[in-house]
Write a protein of this length. Structure first.
Length: 67
């Protein structure tokens, strides 16, 4: 079975989306590259969730982590 090396995911905040991606990929934060594709847009009165944040989390190959 091939393991995923990259995932795009949405969350109500960037941090929530990152945490969810790390959980799915089963890797620590220091072993990934994080790209914010779109930031969340606050709703009425500053409430979260009007438009979710979207991030791409990519696992860094093992040989590049130690650099």
């Amino acid at each position: 079975m091939k393991t995923k090396t990259s995932i795009e995911i949405e969350g109500s905040t960037e941090e929530e989306a990152i945490k969810q991606a790390l959980k799915e990929l089963r890797v620590p934060r220091k072993k990934v590259k994080i790209e914010v594709l779109s930031e969340e847009v606050k709703g009425l009165f500053g409430m979260t969730g009007a438009k979710p944040a979207r991030v791409r989390v990519t696992v860094i190959p093992e040989k590049e982590v130690s650099r």
